[in-house]
Structure formats: C-alpha cells, structure tokens
Design a binder for this molecule. Structure first.
Ligand code: CP
Ligand code: NVA
Length: 299
C-alpha cells in the first residue's frame, strides 16, 4: 500500500486537516508522557538548509512519542556526492518509518515521495512550508476559534510561506489578501488554484483592512542572501508596522514563522507587542507535528 505523504496542505483532506488541528490542541493541553504511540519508530530528517524550530520540534516530538529521529545532512551522506535521490529514498525508507526533508527544490521532495515506501514530510522547500501552516492554524483556532470565513492578510514576499497560506485559504476556507512588491508575487498558478479565496493588492494598508490575522516573513529567504540589498529596496513599503496593524481589526493577531528581522519585514513594536503570537506559534510546531506524525506513522 502507498504511504500517505505531507508535501503540501493539499495532501490531506479538509476534514483530516481540521481533525489534525483539534488533535494538536488536545495533545498540547493533555500532556501524557506515558502515551508513546511511536515507540521504536524512527524518523529520518534530511536538512539541506538550516533550521532551529523544524529540527527541534520533530526531534522532540519523536522522543516524546517514544521514537527517535536521525539528523542527516547531505554533507554527511552520499546524497552530497551525487547518489540518485530515487536510490536514496528507497534505501532510507527501507529502514525508517518516516522521512522529513528540508530542501531547496520542491521537486526533491516529490521525487523522494515517489520512491519512498515510508511517509514523506515536507519540512520546507522553495515552494511550500506546510508544517508551519499547521502550527499557524492551530494557533488561530486556539486563540480565536474557527478561521473559516475570516480574513488573513499576507504582507511581503510571495514565497514558500505565502504559497502555503494560499493552500490553507482553500483548505480552511478563509479569505487571503496578499500584498507583495510587483516583482515578488506568489506564483500565478498557485494563486489561480485559489482564485475565489485570494485577492492581490499593491498597498499593504488595503490588504490589511479589517483582517483578523496579519502575517509576514523575511524579505530574503534561505538561499537568497545575496539578494538582500536589492530586496531591502523593493520591500521597503511592505513592513508590518503600527499603521498596518491599525488597518486590521482591533483584535487582529500577528504571526511570523520566524526567524524574524526586526526593523525589516516587521517593526519591533509589532512583533514584541500585544497582538503578536509568534512564540505560541513557534511552540505549536511541536504539538501540530506530533499530531501529524501520529496521523502518518502510528501503526
Ligand atoms: N519557522 C521555521 O521553519 O523555522 P526554522 O527554519 O528554524 O526551522
Ligand atoms: N521563507 C523562509 C521561511 C523560513 C522558515 C525561508 O525559506 O527561508
């Protein structure tokens, strides 16, 4: 039987995603160290890029569930010396119970999933970051209830996080206003896939109007460091600051997947202010991924 994978939010049904969020909330509020559904199970974690939250949350989730996690970098494996992805996927998945992958190209995760006989989880690619959306949705549900029918404003780069927000708008049924500089828009086919949910704006203040949630991310993602100076110019009017928060509803939340650059994509007074929920959001990576691992790997 083919395993289930989690490469984008579209790999789970709407009902499965909602159940997973509720399960994450339950696991968070009913900690039980005797509950070890993944006892003896092993998750291989391949990181082509840096990580604090993703690595720690998956490793801790496996440990708390009675299993273990292997940290693998291409530098230390034959992947870095050119062993085909298809062979690597077959070999690793013959020994472990799940593979978590953080890579540059989204095609890498789809290829690994194609050849893996164990579930594959996307821990971030250039196109998507679905695990972060589980944590973000959990955080919204916990603090504000159901996100269906609400308005979310994405201010900034039309990047991997923005694409996963577009998928989330479809799956969780909210309205998504996106304000990005003209050369940094989300991919048209991803926008088109959610045309009835997504609206594009040139002005962050208009995108933020009456929003229930404001979200942003770094101006230069991992691998784009050499574009930093150019991007600082292109994005200078796309900072989430007091004016943007004031355009939203008075009880709007602020989220950021982190790491953040205060004074660039977000003003310090916003990320460190009362509407910011970035630290519960980061903690929820652990709870949401426990629910995900249980869903994908538990026998
Ligand atoms: N938000 C997030 O994925 O953080 P890391 O890059 O630290 O894993
Ligand atoms: N867009 C960012 C997200 C980091 C979690 C990046 O890809 O670097």
């Amino acid at each position: 039987m083919q395993p289930r994978h989690f490469l984008t939010l579209l790999d789970l049904s709407r009902d499965e995603l909602r159940a997973l969020i509720q399960r994450a909330i339950h696991l968070k509020h009913h900690p039980d160290r005797d509950y070890q559904p993944l006892k003896g199970k092993v998750l291989a974690m391949i990181f082509e890029k840096s990580s604090t939250r993703t690595r720690i949350s998956f490793e801790v989730a496996m440990a708390q569930f009675g299993g273990s996690a292997l940290f693998l970098s291409p530098r230390d494996t034959q992947l870095g010396r050119g062993e085909p992805l298809s062979d690597t996927a077959r070999v690793i998945s013959s020994m472990v119970d799940g593979i978590m992958l953080r890579t540059n190209s989204h095609e890498t995760v789809t290829t690994v999933a194609e050849y893996s006989r164990a579930p594959v989880i996307n821990g971030l690619t250039d196109l998507h970051h679905p695990c972060q959306l589980l944590a973000d949705m959990q955080t919204f549900f916990e603090l504000r209830g159901d996100i269906a029918g609400k308005t979310v404003a994405w201010i900034g780069d039309g990047n991997n996080m923005c694409h996963s927000y577009i998928d989330a708008a479809r799956q969780f049924d909210f309205k998504l206003n996106i304000a990005s500089p003209k050369d940094y828009q989300p991919l048209p086919d991803i926008v088109a896939s959610a045309a009835d949910r997504v609206a594009l704006y040139a002005d962050p203040l208009l995108a933020a109007r009456d929003a229930d949630l404001i979200v942003t991310d770094v101006w230069a993602s991992m691998g784009q460091e050499e574009e930093q100076a150019k991007r600082e110019i292109a994005f200078k009017d796309f900072q989430v600051n007091r004016a943007v928060m004031d355009a939203a509803k008075s009880d709007a939340l602020f989220m950021h997947c982190l790491p953040a650059h205060r004074g660039e994509e977000v003003a310090a007074e916003v990320i460190d202010g009362p509407q910011s929920v970035v630290f519960p959001e980061a903690e929820n990576r652990l709870h949401a991924q426990k629910a995900l691992l249980e869903f994908l790997i538990k026998p």
